[in-house]
Design a protein around this ligand. Structure first.
Ligand SMILES: Cc1cc2nc3c(=O)[nH]c(=O)nc-3n(C[C@H](O)[C@H](O)[C@H](O)COP(=O)(O)OP(=O)(O)OC[C@H]3O[C@@H](n4cnc5c(N)ncnc54)[C@H](O)[C@@H]3O)c2cc1C
Length: 305
């Protein structure tokens, strides 16, 4: 076997796994296309000691620090297939095929903002309209905020956002919130609802200034949040291998893993957004570290006579 482990994907989860495996002197291959989900945003927040750094800078430091560990081989290559072969796995890229007894899938989720079909949304995404209040709520606090959401998620999400600002308007883009009690509850808590269809978002240099509705009226806003980014898995390796799923937080589908982040397919592990859809940087780093420690323990057990 060329490698003891192959990590596919080098965002916070995969890089963190590589770091801990490197420190455990485990022969590791890390394949990475170097395009973590948060590259679109201006600053990354909430990760201790790196609060407010650009994601590119966090990535640069992580990559540089990995060079210290000789057992980690980093390659900027795109994995195109992961196959199970007689108790081990092969991972192919365009020009190469690598093999290992274990594979960590850390390829994340990708947001599909243009598929939401709102003109001007791509321009403000990550600059003044964000998916996560814990990541950017502090910077958007007390501003005139928009929650752009379907009728289903609007009530719960705007309740959360109203913690950061008392000026929140929910835009359902043509959908109707049918639960009258919910509408009254939002209004009682100072959240306004606009159910008209959005024509486009108006912005300058990525900063939202207003939302134009289909009737031509413009409602001024300074930023906003988006609970659903139409995100999809960056790769379908787990799906193709029929890794079982389970229902997790907020009814979302997660890949089922045990306490070692190992799936029902022995030797396949999933961490970070690839497993949860949204882990955030700190939790992705923690998951990467945890899976690396668990695998090191497994390898120690296998070698122990
Ligand atoms: C706009 C925005 C702002 C955010 N702000 C914050 C914030 O402030 N704080 C915070 O904690 N979280 C934030 N997040 C969330 C955070 O980006 C993710 O939760 C985190 O990046 C997940 O880490 P990951 O390693 O699982 O996946 P990713 O970071 O997405 O990394 C996956 C990696 O796998 C690589 N890859 C994909 N496919 C392949 C392949 N086939 N072969 C090889 N490599 C591949 C990608 O290039 C990438 O490098 C934000 C997200 C967005 C979209």
């Amino acid at each position: 076997m060329e490698y003891e482990i192959i990590i596919v994907g080098g965002g916070p989860a995969g890089m963190s796994a590589a770091l801990v495996l490197g420190r455990s002197r485990i022969k590791t291959l890390l394949l990475n296309t170097e395009n973590p989900r948060n590259m679109v945003t201006t600053y990354s927040h909430g990760f201790l000691t790196q609060d407010g750094k650009h994601p590119r800078e966090i990535f640069r430091i992580a990559k540089q620090q990995l060079t210290k560990y000789p057992s980690v081989n980093y390659k900027k290559e795109k994995a195109i297939d992961v196959k199970s072969e007689n108790g081990s796995f092969s991972v192919s890229t365009e020009n190469n095929t690598y093999s290992a007894k274990r594979v960590i899938i850390a390829t994340g989720h990708k947001d599909n903002i243009s598929s939401i079909g709102i003109e001007g949304l791509t321009e403000v995404y990550g600059k003044s309209v964000y998916p996560c209040p814990f990541c950017d709520g502090f910077e958007m606090a007390d501003k005139k905020l928009a929650v752009i959401s379907d009728a289903n998620m609007a009530p719960m999400f705007s309740k959360t956002i109203s913690h950061w600002s008392k000026d929140v308007i929910v835009f359902t883009n043509g959908e109707h919130i049918s639960d009258k009690g919910m509408v009254l509850n939002l209004q009682k808590n100072g959240v306004s609802i606009v159910e008209k269809k959005i024509h486009k978002l108006i912005s300058k240099g990525g900063i939202l200034t207003g939302i134009e509705l289909e009737d031509g009226s413009i409602i001024d806003r300074e930023g906003g949040f988006l609970p659903d980014t139409n995100s999809t898995e960056s790769t379908d390796f787990a799906k193709r291998m029929n890794v079982p799923t389970e229902i997790g937080l907020f009814g979302m589908t997660y890949y089922k893993v045990d306490e070692n982040k190992e799936t029902d397919i022995k030797g396949i592990y999933i961490v970070g957004d690839a497993r949860t859809r949204w882990s955030g940087v700190a939790s992705s780093v923690a998951e990467g570290s945890e899976v690396a420690e668990a695998i090191t323990h497994q390898i120690i057990e296998e070698k122990w006579k």
